[in-house]
Design a protein around this ligand. Structure first.
Ligand SMILES: [Zn+2]
Length: 282
């Protein structure tokens, strides 16, 4: 489930002299745990988003029961100081120890907050190729994580998803209709989960959804403000913004984000995601 045919070669070249000589190369650095899978007896396979090397995969030997080396640090979206090693001619890294820098379990937990954290993990896992350094994405995730708190999940989730689209180069230009070029400034735009760009009303594609002018302005605010200053405000239309932001990601990733559906599909309706006055402005 791990090996891709070209990966062995890539690891060899990327590791440079050290791996060619057959030496183990040790790394210590900041990282975010994205996902773990059971792997051979008590081992765990770990997908780790490292600041230095981007996303890497490795095996945590006895990860299921080694509290000393991994205790509590294997929850998705835990920020850790990771000690790991590349091994010659091995596809998978060797995860040696994680020390918690920030844990999602350190704050209050409810299903909505966990769904938002899972969504972030899922997006990072799907969007980032292995071994590609993405410092801006790392900083985004590190900034948003502590803002995802019980009772105010919507805006941080929107912020993360919109910025991920932007950093990946997937954010459409919202100022003009992609079909006729009409200036859409100050008015609503139409977006579709199956087509690029946004349009005017006349050119809207089948299944298009309108984003009101107020929503478009909120998206612009996300791109010029810090997540901390926005997260303290009320965001009654966060669900509408999140559908747009996740729609963009899903279109480019070619798959549904399982955890996003939980943010608007699972009863009871989330208190901060549009349950209040969701039809504000247009
Ligand atoms: Zn148009």
């Amino acid at each position: 489930m791990v090996a891709r045919s070209s990966s062995g070669l890539r690891v060899l070249f990327w590791g440079g002299v050290g791996l060619a000589e057959g030496r183990v190369i040790a790394h210590v650095g900041e990282a975010i745990v994205l996902r773990t899978w059971p792997f051979l007896e008590a081992d765990l396979l770990v997908s780790l988003f490292t600041r230095e090397q981007g996303r890497v995969k490795g095996v945590a030997r006895h990860g299921m029961r080694s509290r000393r080396r991994f205790g509590g640090a294997l929850e998705p979206m835990t920020v850790v100081r990771a000690t790991y090693a590349e091994r010659p001619k091995q596809e998978l890294m060797r995860m040696d120890a994680f020390e918690i820098v920030w844990s999602p379990m350190s704050g209050a937990v409810d299903w909505e907050r966990m769904a938002a954290l899972q969504l972030m993990a899922e997006v990072l896992e799907e969007a980032l190729p292995e071994l590609a350094v993405e410092d801006a994405v790392f900083r985004l995730a590190a900034a948003v994580l502590p803002e995802v708190r019980v009772g105010r999940v919507g805006l941080p989730a929107v912020y993360f998803c919109l910025w991920m689209s932007r950093l990946m180069g997937w954010m459409p230009e919202l100022g003009h209709c992609v079909v006729c070029g009409l200036d859409l400034g100050g008015g609503p735009v139409w977006w579709s989960a199956t087509a690029d760009g946004v349009t005017c009303e006349d050119d809207r594609r089948g299944g298009s959804v309108a984003l009101g002018a107020a929503r478009v302005e909120e998206i612009r605010r996300v791109f010029r403000s810090g997540v901390g200053e926005l997260a303290v405000e009320d965001w009654p239309a966060a669900a509408e913004l999140l559908r747009f932001a996740v729609g963009l990601l899903e279109r480019h990733l070619g798959r549904r984000m399982r955890c996003a559906a939980a943010l608007w599909g699972v009863p009871p309706p989330p208190p901060t995601l549009g349950a209040k006055s969701s039809r504000q402005g247009s």
